[in-house]
Design a protein around this ligand. Sequence first.
Ligand code: SAM
Length: 285
Amino acid sequence: MANLGIPQNTIEVLQKYHFNFQKKYGQNFLIDTGVLDRIIAAAGITKEDCVLEIGPGIGTMTQYLAEAAREVVAVEIDKALIPILKDTLSVYDNVTILNEDILKVDINGIVQERNGGRPIKVVANLPYYITTPIIMGLFEQHVPLKSITIMVQKEVADRMQVGPGTKDYGALSLAVQYYAKPEIVANVPPNCFIPRPNVGSAVIRLTRYEEPPVQVKDEHKLFALIRASFNQRRKTLVNGLGNASNLQISKEQVAQALEQMGLPTTVRGEALTLEEFAELSNLLF
Ligand code: SAM
């Protein structure tokens, strides 16, 4: 099958199958061989790797992954794409296509079955409407992972990478940085896709830490604390956390913990580093 990274080949496949793009599934297919090469290089795929691809579309990136990896499992929700994928990937015997919703499928089960539970790599041009639940699902379910190399909306890539004191900093930055080292590896303009998205995109690589960079007594409590701190972004931590019903802590306890850490009691969540959130969590819980 011809290389689908070349726009004319993608257009031919779309016409042959009379494919209708589903907006609700975030379908923007890549048509740029340079970007595809960069994603594969950034993910460092070798013949040792088992790769999970989320949302293969018509199989454009899947072709590149199948050439580079030992094995590829591609999970696609749109059943109209399944016969197309069977055709575009027919020359590869190392690709398995699953017609499933990535938010519902048992990813740990796939890793167990396909890679004996050893860490896999995730590579995807993600559907943007569910970027955060996909990433958080992979981390929170403790899927054995080496890295996640993904195309996301540029603004979301920025949010994952920034530190305190910027407007993009929030719960997603802290959650990602607890589990992985984020690095933006490419910025990708709308004209590299068909149809063109109305936002800029970026490829970001999240390299999973073997051990988190901070130690906490209770990971769930840390994330509940982080979420509550950014729920009401403009509130001080004393007011925001003291009122959060799911945390069951008083304003006085928050003020006391902040003082113990040498922080002003007027501080907001957006000023705290991951290390400081970890310390606060350990003091409070
Ligand atoms: N990988 C292809 C490419 O780069 O050309 C397509 C990428 S497109 C941005 C996102 C793909 O994810 C679409 O094929 C869409 O149907 C699929 N998708 C959307 N929601 C999904 C879900 N919940 N589970 C699995 N796949 C999903």
